[in-house]
Design a protein around this ligand. Structure first.
Ligand SMILES: [Zn+2]
Length: 374
């Protein structure tokens, strides 16, 4: 399943939102409306707290976006293309197509985000002072003051030396600079990231037992997120190192079994699915790739209809998400597979099917390569 969707494009960078983001927005608004603002501005109506919370949450996420864009613009300046930005809690993840070329580039890139957050903190601090001395309404002052605090917190939090937090990237750049070994540097920096994550979870649990429920949930949530992020980013680095140069053409299976579009479903099942036991087949007519038929799409039809319906009626049309060029790297192929949630890609050249590539093929090569490189 796709876990993100696109909301905007800024400086040619697609901005995506992860579904978990909605839980976070809800949690931020709830925390602010029920706890923070009633404490700073007592005596207002609940609806006023809710409005203040919504405005603050929006500005908070605009601040996080600015933080991520700062990373991305520095990356692009150093010829590191950004696939997109995915927003999560306490920042986001800028999806890099490849790792930075040198420790110095990594260092500048990692520093840009917290620098932006601290800059925003200074801006909101000045606004708070100005608005206060100009006697602006108290709720306006409270909102900008909250943004000052939260940008400061985001800047400091991200500087913790655990990969993939920015501080962890700075640490990785330093270790990389001295050891000249990116894989080892990433390993050490993500180990720190995991330690930090476990500490957050432990502290969150402690809070829960002490009855401080909301901040307890917050800490546990962020801890789990970080722990998973440390794991995946380490795996990605190792994967890029081992599979970086491998092209799709190298690994694809060339003699693909295809099915004709006018084949009745009954024959499709007997002669293809039950005999060869693949979960899907490309549909080809006159040498042209038309679509893909999966075992799931047949399942929708009653057995009585297997005679009268043909492959053409049940197949899914070809979309850009399930085809790939033979010159593409297998890393790109993996990214495509995880985005589409479909474990295979059709390799296409001028609308003709020339091969098929499965996630299992890539993973097997990865296992073999890691076995040898140990
Ligand atoms: Zn950052």
């Amino acid at each position: 399943m796709k876990r993100t969707f696109k909301v905007a494009t800024i400086f040619n960078i697609p901005i995506e939102i992860n579904y978990s983001w909605f839980i976070i927005v809800g949690l931020v608004i709830f925390t602010l409306a029920s706890g923070y603002f009633p404490a700073t501005n007592p005596g207002l109506l609940p609806v006023a707290y809710l409005l203040m919370a919504i405005i603050s949450a929006l500005l908070l996420f605009a601040s996080l976006l600015a933080h991520e864009l700062a990373h991305s613009l520095v990356a692009e300046k150093h010829d590191l293309p950004i696939h997109g930005i995915t927003l999560f809690v306490f920042g986001g993840v800028a999806q890099l197509e490849k790792e930075p070329a040198t420790p110095a580039v990594e260092f500048k890139m990692a520093a840009a985000g917290p620098a932006m957050s601290f800059f925003l903190a200074v801006v909101f601090f000045s606004l708070t002072q100005t608005f206060f001395s100009l006697h602006f309404p108290a709720y306006v002052v409270s909102i900008v003051n909250y943004l000052f605090i939260i940008n400061l917190v985001v800047g400091i939090f991200n500087l913790f030396p655990g990969f993939p937090l920015d501080g962890g990237r700075l640490l990785r750049a330093a270790i990389w600079h001295f050891t000249r070994d990116l894989k080892r540097a990433t390993g050490i920096a993500s180990a720190f990231g995991k330690i930090f994550a476990y500490l957050l979870i432990a502290y969150g649990l402690f809070n829960l037992f002490m009855g401080v429920v909301i901040s307890g949930i917050w800490l546990i949530f962020i801890g789990f997120f970080l722990q998973e992020a440390a794991d995946t980013s380490y795996r990605q680095v190792v994967m890029k190192k081992l599979l970086g140069g491998v092209r799709v053409a190298h690994l694809m299976t060339k003699n693909v079994v295809t099915v004709p579009a006018n084949l009745p479903l009954e024959k499709l099942l007997d002669d293809y699915f039950f005999r060869l036991r693949f979960t899907s087949f490309p549909v080809v007519e006159d040498d042209t790739l038309l679509g893909l038929v999966t075992i799931h799409s047949v399942k929708e039809y009653q057995q009585d209809n297997w005679q009268q319906f043909t492959v053409r009626q049940v197949m899914s049309p070809i979309t850009t998400g399930i085809v790939i060029n033979e010159e593409a790297s297998v890393i790109e192929a993996l990214a495509k597979m995880s985005a589409s949630g479909f474990g295979r890609l059709l390799v296409v050249k001028e609308n003709k099917l020339i091969g098929i590539l499965s996630q299992r093929d890539i993973m097997r090569l990865f296992e073999f390569k890691s076995e040898v490189s140990r």
